[in-house]
Design a protein around this ligand. Structure first.
Ligand code: ATP
Ligand code: MG
Length: 301
């Protein structure tokens, strides 16, 4: 056998090994290029939506900034109002106290009594304002507990009307209940009293002399509706929402209603805490505020 014939099988094996190695390398290359292709496709998809996502996130951030700015402006307005409202009775107290200090020794008793009455009145205004502000702060922070009790509309009416008997008499006003007094309310009795004392107090403050204030009650499957109406200056429809903001007064009642301007804001907070709603019924020919609270037991059934 020649040398050449002896080399043949060895060369054949070598060629086969090389073919197998090339095949393996080709398969590996194919796998890698498939992976590369997929990664590339994903990258394309991602970069195509990236711009849209960045835009959306920027819009969300801008919206949040706008909301924060509005909140900040509202806070500043609120603080300015509080400062102003606190300063007025405080100045009254200091002014009359100063009168007593400088002229008290020579002033007649009637005058001194008048100064003390003015100090007392300003002190009461201050106390009412501070209490209302505390209520607003607690309600804002969700720190006011709502204790749900069962009581009738009659009980609510009696509770509120007993407080206004004298003032109603002075103005020749009758305060009556219409509808079913036996309707049962499931709410915080003290807080509901606070809401209706403000609504009836407002009605009495702004109603015509010798007129009528009505508390009306109706019930549906899921809620109880209570309304307080009176005849008097009509609140313009455009102010139906703003009057529920702190320190906002309707243009129809002009200034000096004598209140702290927090009553309706507190009512709104309390009713919201009951998962209910309060609004001015602009369809009524009277001034009519409506409160709707869910009938918890029935809603849960
Ligand atoms: N029955 C009503 N008739 C006419 N205007 C009303 C009536 N109730 C409320 N308003 C208007 O809404 C405003 C806000 O009422 P709200 O009870 O919040 O404040 P207030 O009565 O002025 O003060 P506060 O209740 O804190 O003592 C009133 O100042 C008044 O302009
Ligand atoms: Mg009021």
């Amino acid at each position: 056998m020649t040398d050449c014939e002896q080399e043949k099988p060895r060369l054949k094996r070598r060629a086969a090994r090389e073919r197998a190695a090339r095949k393996e390398a080709e398969t590996l290359l194919e796998d890698k290029s498939r992976e590369l292709y997929l990664a590339n496709t994903r990258l394309h998809e991602w970069s195509a939506t990236l711009e849209a996502r960045v835009l959306q996130r920027t819009e969300e951030l801008e919206q949040q900034t706008r909301e924060l700015q509005t909140l900040l402006i509202e806070r500043e307005r609120f603080t300015a109002n509080v400062t102003h409202e606190l300063r007025t009775p405080l100045q009254g107290i200091l002014g009359f106290a100063n009168l007593g200090m400088t002229k008290g020794a020579d002033a007649p008793g009637v005058k001194i009594e008048k100064w003390f009455k003015a100090i007392h009145h300003s002190g009461n205004t201050l106390l009412l304002l501070v209490n209302n502000l505390l209520d607003i702060a607690k309600l804002d922070a969700g720190m006011m507990d709502i204790v749900v009790q069962h009581f009738t509309v009659n009980e609510l009416y009696n509770d509120v009307s007993s407080e206004f008997t004298l003032r109603c008499k002075d103005k020749g006003v009758t305060f009556s209940l219409s509808g079913d007094g036996q309707i049962c309310l499931q709410a915080d009795q003290f807080r509901m009293g606070q809401v209706f004392r403000n609504l009836v107090g407002n009605a009495l403050k702004f109603c015509d002399e010798n007129s009528e204030i009505t508390l009306a009650a109706t019930q549906s499957v899921n809620s109880v509706q209570l309304s307080v109406s009176n005849k008097g200056p009509q609140i313009p429809h455009s102010e139906a929402e703003s009057i529920f903001e702190a320190f906002v007064e309707s243009t129809s009642t002009r200034s000096n209603s004598g209140g702290t301007g927090l009553g309706l804001a507190i009512c709104k907070h309390i009713i919201s805490a009951h998962k209910g709603e309060i609004w001015l019924n602009t369809a009524s020919s009277d001034t009519c505020f409506v409160v709707e609270i869910p009938n918890r037991m029935q809603a849960a059934a």
